[in-house]
Design a binder for this molecule. Structure first.
Ligand SMILES: C[S@@+](CC[C@H](N)C(=O)[O-])C[C@H]1O[C@@H](n2cnc3c(N)ncnc32)[C@H](O)[C@@H]1O
Length: 261
């Protein structure tokens, strides 16, 4: 990683330290509520995780990590935000979860290898400047035959504003932001409002994974999102996930991908 990218990742780390206390107190994360955060499609595609050694990269407050641990997986969560990892440890309660503070770019040194599954996503890839470097790290974390399971917000949905006009990039592009607001409810950030993001297209992702030696076996696009991004979205009373009303275009809001080492 060159010095400029390293300094941008460090700026992001500080930005995440500023976001964490806001997220911890937010209704959005509702961290003491132990409801299932994974969508039914995730459980269906993951299959039985009981007994699997799973590395959850960029685990933030551990909300999804705990769901997988409750399903019987042996979980290790990794995040570069010290306050996120500290909160995740406390929130784990009686669950046997290992949390490690590390930059994802150092994940192999921090966690070793031999994992059955790497679980990641839901707002993670956009923080990664070099997808090929990340794909190599995922490969090296996995045991031969191990799987990557990735769930991300669909880049198509990311391009649209509240009026469904295209205002964002689809093709990969680095963007800098300076905003005192994070994506949850709660107060403004106290400091460190600058952050850098890198959007990634589906073609870039699939090609990069294959080049790194991970065979993409499934790529699904889903019409549901974990929150109500647009006015009028309808919430499934059972899953809690949101979909667009019938008069809106049929577009994917989330995708999930499986790749095998
Ligand atoms: C939107 S959160 C991911 C969220 C998680 N799926 C959830 O719903 O809570 C993004 C996470 O990525 C972490 N992150 C960003 N860049 C990172 C990096 N280079 N190394 C490790 N963690 C990173 C942040 O600290 C944050 O916890």
């Amino acid at each position: 990683m060159d010095a400029d990218i390293r300094s941008k990742v460090e700026t992001n780390r500080r930005n995440w330290e500023a976001r964490t206390p806001v997220h911890l107190a937010s209704r959005f994360y509702d961290v003491h509520n132990d409801t299932d955060r994974l969508a039914p499609f995730e459980w269906a595609e993951l299959g039985d995780v009981a007994g699997l050694r799973i590395a959850h990269l960029q685990c933030h407050l551990g909300t999804d990590t705990r769901c997988l641990a409750r399903a019987g997986a042996k979980m290790t969560g990794l995040d570069f935000s010290e306050s996120s990892v500290a909160a995740a440890r406390e929130l784990a309660g009686d669950l046997d979860i290992t949390y490690v503070q590390s930059d994802v770019h150092d994940a192999v040194e921090a966690l070793g290898g031999g994992f059955d599954l790497v679980y990641t996503g839901k707002g993670s890839l956009m923080w990664l400047p070099d997808l090929y470097r990340w794909a190599e790290i995922v490969r090296d974390l996995l045991a031969p035959g191990g799987r990557l399971y990735l769930v991300e917000f669909h880049p198509l949905a990311w391009m649209l504003n509240q009026d469904f006009e295209i205002v964002g990039n689809y093709l990969p592009e680095a963007t800098s932001y300076d905003s005192s607001r994070t994506y949850t409810d709660g107060p403004e950030l106290a400091a460190d409002t600058v952050n850098y993001q890198w959007n990634h297209s589906l073609g870039e992702l699939v090609t990069t994974l294959n080049r790194a030696g991970l065979r993409v076996t499934e790529l699904h696009e889903h019409p549901v999102l974990a929150w109500d991004q647009w006015p009028g979205m309808e919430r499934d009373p059972v899953t809690g996930w949101w979909r667009l009303p019938a008069h809106r275009p049929k577009i994917p809001l989330t995708y999930s991908l499986t790749a095998v080492r």
